[in-house]
Write a protein that binds this ligand. Structure first.
Ligand code: AMP
Ligand code: MG
Length: 351
């Protein structure tokens, strides 16, 4: 299959081209597209064959359900059986935006899309290309992140092409995404809303709107959830992993720099190529290896936006081992560290 790479203006996408991409989706094809979080791999969510194609293209386990993307509130009710008032309040503030909500599903949602679960995940993305494409496709696009299963999520169209060229019909290039981490997932099927995956919209912001929220214990357990089964099936899989072994070094800034320099020197003596994930403030202090600057310590926006592409860059560098600083920033820290810890297989070294 030849994959068409279509460049569109993110703010004002050409409607004629959007209609063409929408037609591919209506006819059962696959189109990758930008959202504000990461690039998604889209197929018609109500067509079981399209969902099967998504799993095949990504190499994704079929019990890991897809998020259905909608562009208009009235499209929620045909797929969600019970929509509590709290969810409407959250949608009022954050849709379109980086929040996914879980509801009981209606029969119209194929089991292939929901991974066999009785529930459905729904999001309204905040991106002009995504919203226009969803409408052009008939209202419902199932879209997981547009990476090969296990690799870091794509934040640029080139990442999608790296993983899926030749496997899908089209990739829409709308430039680099704004947020860079996948959506916050909130489950509304129990009495108290529960965070199943941390994201840009953090626990505190959710509490302000919802009053009470809980957080799935599996995603905050220090041992990498070996003893608990996360409620979002995808959180159980190895994910985001670069090819090289990654370890996170924690402690105060000076100790971390010293420790990473020591580890990097030792690795170099053993003939290994070392990668280091550093910040604007620390990068110049490293004396060894490929140092990649993820952004400023004070900007979790920059760190989140660059995390997945930095991990991919190390694959291109062909390093053998990677050491990263920890980025426990106040706003998005939980989401950033959740992804980084997964990428590291929970390998943490105390400085
Ligand atoms: P991705 O779109 O690649 O970020 O993956 C979607 C994430 O949403 C995965 O972690 C899924 O397991 C999770 N998810 C999708 N549908 C559901 C659902 N009905 N219940 C719980 N988690 C879900
Ligand atoms: Mg994913």
């Amino acid at each position: 299959m030849v994959t068409e790479l279509l460049h569109l203006d993110a703010a004002h996408p050409d409607q004629h081209e959007i209609d063409r991409a929408g037609r591919i989706l209506r006819e059962g094809g696959l189109v990758a597209f930008p959202t504000e979080t990461v690039y998604g791999l889209g197929g018609n969510a109500l067509d079981p064959e399209a969902s099967k194609k998504i799993y095949a293209a990504k190499g994704r386990p079929s019990d890991n359900p897809l998020i259905i993307h909608i562009a208009d509130m009235e499209h929620l009710y045909p797929i969600a059986a019970e929509v509590p008032e709290a969810a409407i309040r959250l949608a009022d503030v954050w849709w379109p935006g980086p929040v996914t909500m879980i509801f009981r599903k209606k029969a119209i949602v194929p089991d292939e899309t929901s991974g066999g679960l009785p529930t459905v995940a729904v999001r309204m993305p905040n991106h002009p290309i995504a919203l226009a494409l969803i409408r052009a496709a008939g209202g419902y696009i199932a879209a997981p992140s547009a990476n090969t299963s296990g690799r870091p999520s794509p934040t640029r169209a080139e990442h999608v092409m790296e993983d899926l060229d030749g496997r899908i019909d089209m990739v829409i290039d709308g430039g680099e995404v704004r947020i860079g981490l996948e959506s916050t997932i909130v489950d509304f099927t129990e009495d108290v809303p529960c965070i199943l995956r941390p994201g840009y919209v953090n626990e505190q912001k959710l509490c302000e709107i919802l009053g009470e929220v809980t957080i799935d214990p599996a995603i905050v357990s220090a041992d990498g959830m070996h003893d608990r089964k996360p409620r979002a099936p995808g959180m159980a899989y190895r994910h985001y992993a670069p090819k090289a072994k990654l370890s996170i070094v924690t402690g105060d800034m000076e100790s971390v720099i010293n420790k990473i320099n020591e580890l990097a020197r030792r690795a170099a003596l053993e003939g290994k190529t070392v990668g280091i994930i550093a910040t604007d403030e620390t990068a110049a202090h490293y004396t060894e290896g490929h140092v990649r600057d993820i952004g400023s310590i004070d900007s979790d926006k920059e760190i989140a936006q660059h995390l997945f592409s930095v991990l991919r860059d190390f694959d291109d560098d062909g390093v053998d081992i990677i050491y990263s600083e920890a980025f426990d920033t106040p706003r998005m820290g939980q989401a950033i560290m959740n992804r980084l810890l997964k990428a590291a297989g929970h390998s943490v070294i105390e400085a």
